[in-house]
Design a protein around this ligand. Sequence first.
Ligand code: DP6
Length: 323
Amino acid sequence: LQTAVTAKAHTNIALVKYWGKADQSLIIPTNDSISLTLDHFYTTTTVRFDAHLTADEITLDGLTLPTDGQQRMRHFMDMIRHEAKITTFAHIETANHVPTAAGLASSASGFAALAGAAAKAAGLSTDRQYLSRLARRGSGSASRSLFGGFVHWHAGHDDASSFAEPLTEKVTWPIRMIAIVTSRAEKKIGSTNGMQASQSSPYFADWVKTANADISPMTAALFKEDIKSVGEIAEHNAMSMHATTLSAEPPFTYFNSGSLQAMQAVQDLRLTGVNCYYTMDAGPNVKVLCEAADVPAILARLQPLFGSYNLVVAKPGPGLTYL
Ligand code: DP6
C-alpha cells in the first residue's frame, strides 16, 4: 500500500453527448454516448496511501483544492477504500494540463487518472473495463477517458453494465478538433447541475431518443472516416442537447456571444466548401471538427475573430497510461 502510483489520462470530447442521469448516485446515464479522446489536454495524478494520515491530502497543481472539488474526490476515494476493503487515507497530487472548468472537460481526464492511480495503489484490478466503471462514479464522462481514440460508453442499467469500450483506439484518420476558447472563466453551471436542470425540459425524453438513435449512424460514419456524416451527426446532437437547456424550467444556456460568433463562422466556412462542424459542451467554448488538410483555412478564418492564443488544434489521443 505504501508505493506511489502515477497515472496519466487524456480528456475526451463527446460526438454523441452524455446529458442526463438515470441513476444519480451510481452515475448511470440516460443514453449511450460516443467520444474522441484528445492528445492535447491531460491530467496526471499520483496516489500514495499513508497509514499516518487522518484524511486524504489533496492538491491540484501544488495548491489545495476548493471544498466542492475536495468533497467529490474524497467521496471517490471512499468508494475505492470500500472496493479494496481498506481504511487508509492517501496523498493525492494532481497536475492538470487542461483549462479547468472552461468546458474542456478536466473532470473526465481527472477522474480517469484518479481511478487508474488509486485502484492500482490500493491493489485493485487495473482491467480497463473495471477502471472505466470506477471512473464513471467520479464523473460520467471520465468512463470514456480510460481509452484512446473513438470510444462508446454503454449506458447500461446498473454498475456492472455501464462502462465504456473503444471503437478505434489508434486512429490513423487525420481528424482534428479545434478548440475555440471564448471564455476562460469558470463555468457558472457545472455539468452535474446543468444536466439535472435539463431533465425538467418537456423535450428531455426526445433528447434521449435522439441521442440513442445517433449511436449507430455515428459508429458507421467513424468507421467509414466520413467527416461530413460524423460532423453533421455531432453538430445536430450537440444542438439537441443544448435545446434541453433553453427549454428547461427555468431556462438557461451555455452560449455566450463568442459561441454564437464561432458557430456562425463555421457555418460560413462550410458555405465556401470547407468540411467543418461544431460541437459544444457545458461551457461557452466551441470545438470544431474537421480533417487536418482543412485546418489552415479554418484557422485563417478564426484567427482575426478570436486570436491565435484562443485556438488550440488537437489530434486523437491515447488512453490511460501509468508513468
Ligand atoms: C456536456 O461527466 O462532467 O461534457 O457525471 O455529473 O460529472 P457528471 O458530468 P460530466 O458531464 C459531461 C457532459 C458533457 C457531454 C459529454 O461529455 O458527454
